[in-house]
Design a protein. Structure first.
Lengths: 296, 157
């Protein structure tokens, strides 16, 4: 099936040029990076742009930079780039662990991490790990640069805080001082090419100020702040885990669709939280399962 | 807005006129005449349209033709100048495929794996072809052949 739409295509060499193209065309323009979502959406007529602005020829956007207390991941960094990065593996292992669960190699070679949060489907894998790390999304637009907390990024299914004319340039992902453990636990029907039925990311820093975020169980990926408050500063015991699990129904609102029922998603989210909490604390203490181990 | 692109396909330079909405899979099949990338799900799920773009597997159903301007595309026709690669020979010898619809994609996915990892485990092979659906074989004879090719040295040569 061909794409039954007519649109123009531009390939700017600089960010300024790209932003100018976006400004000229207003709302009917789409930024093209890896295209693994966008081309499928064009085929489905889910989007109908007049113009695609391909940002792959803009220099400097495909970099992973060590900022000391954070890593900066550019908007052209693919999931395959993330998996090939020793820097990410050593400093932000949950980002590597998450990236390995995304689709399959042929998609990861093309799909970008930032494209994943720009598509902003509720099951997007990059959402929960970036939420627990308190990432900052950097954008560039006609009014200059903006920094948007990932907490304010996801507005609804396929809706983000990005305004018309803006391009995401990078995401800066803070690394907690003093070591940390983390876990990304993902439920899917089979390994390989499947979207998450449910997911949870857990960050266990040295001071036990836990951060927890769920994916695919609400309109957007979201932080579980009640559970975070319950766990703050405490040692993880079986009783505390039971109390945390009891709060899951207050945090998430899964729906039934072709991939899972809401009841299944709810129950499995509880199981995933339990396993992820244990694994992240064990990893913090240096005796957990290696990152990438499937906990489901 | 028709655009001229230049792209290398299986070592041959091509100058093509395409529309922005033309998808690489269709351009390869209809304009270049390379038929090994198969039209399957056309949404990136099945892997039957896999090609190598600058040496890495991509879904040609999710790449616009204008995007490959100045780049290099390889399909199984271009893997080897002289007949089958060793990996392909193992697939033949071990009767790995039945209908063959998934074979071009799986050959390329396995070739990319062996390019980067000369001693893959069974799990590595399963992961590498995890995005390529086969509805005939149950995958075992495919995985066996990839491991045999790896065991025999370089699978892609």
């Amino acid at each position: 099936m061909t794409i039954a739409q007519v649109f123009d295509y531009q390939r700017p060499k600089t960010l300024d040029e790209a932003v100018q193209l976006l400004a000229e065309h207003g709302g009917d323009v789409r930024v093209l990076a890896g295209g693994t979502d966008l081309v499928a959406w064009l085929r489905d007529d889910a989007v109908a742009p007049d113009l695609l602005v391909d940002i792959k020829h803009i220099e400097g956007l495909r970099e992973i930079v060590d900022l000391g207390d954070a890593l900066s991941i550019g908007s052209l960094v693919t999931f395959a780039d993330v998996l090939n990065s020793d820097l990410v593996e050593s400093r932000l292992p949950i980002i590597s662990e998450m990236s390995a669960t995304v689709a399959s190699t042929g998609i990861r070679n093309r799909a970008t991490l930032i494209g994943n949060i720009c598509s902003a489907v509720p099951s997007c894998d990059a959402g929960p790990p970036l939420l627990v790390h308190g990432a900052i999304v950097h954008t560039f637009g006609p009014a200059g640069s903006r920094q948007i907390s990932i907490d304010d990024w996801f507005l609804g299914p396929r809706q983000t805080a990005l305004t018309v004319g803006e391009i995401v340039t990078k995401v800066v992902v803070p690394i907690p001082p003093g070591g940390h453990g983390a876990a990304y636990v993902r439920l899917s029907r089979y390994e390989g090419e499947d979207l998450a039925q449910a997911s949870v990311a857990i960050l266990a820093p040295a001071d036990h100020r836990f951060r927890i975020a769920f994916g695919a169980v609400a309109a957007t990926p979201l932080r579980a702040r009640r559970i975070e408050s319950l766990l703050e500063g405490r040692a993880i015991t079986p009783d505390l885990i039971a109390a945390a699990i009891a709060l899951v129904p207050e945090e998430i609102s899964p729906i039934t669709d072709m991939r899972a029922s809401k009841e299944f998603r709810m129950r499995m989210s509880e199981v995933m939280l339990q396993r992820g909490l244990r694994a992240s604390v064990e990893r913090l203490e240096g005796n957990g399962p290696s990152y990438g181990t499937n906990l489901m | 807005m028709r655009t001229d692109i230049s792209v290398t396909v299986n070592g041959e330079p091509w100058l093509l006129t395409v529309e922005p909405s033309d998808v690489l899979l269709e351009t390869l099949r209809s304009k270049v005449g390379v038929k090994s990338p198969k039209i399957g799900c056309e949404r990136g799920d099945c892997g039957s349209c896999t090609v190598l773009l600058d040496g890495h597997t991509v879904r040609s159903c999710l790449v616009l033709s204008v995007e490959v301007d100045g780049h290099e595309v390889v399909t199984i026709e271009g893997l080897n100048d002289e007949g089958l690669t060793q990996l392909q020979q193992f697939f033949v010898d071990m009767n790995s495929f039945q209908c063959g619809f998934c074979a071009p994609g799986i050959v390329l996915a396995a070739a990319e794996l062996l390019d980067e990892n000369s001693e893959p485990t069974r799990a590595d092979v399963q992961e590498a072809i995890g995005g390529n659906l086969c509805r005939c074989t149950g995958y075992d004879p495919i995985i066996d052949a990839v491991l045999a090719a790896a065991g025999a040295g370089r699978g892609t040569q």
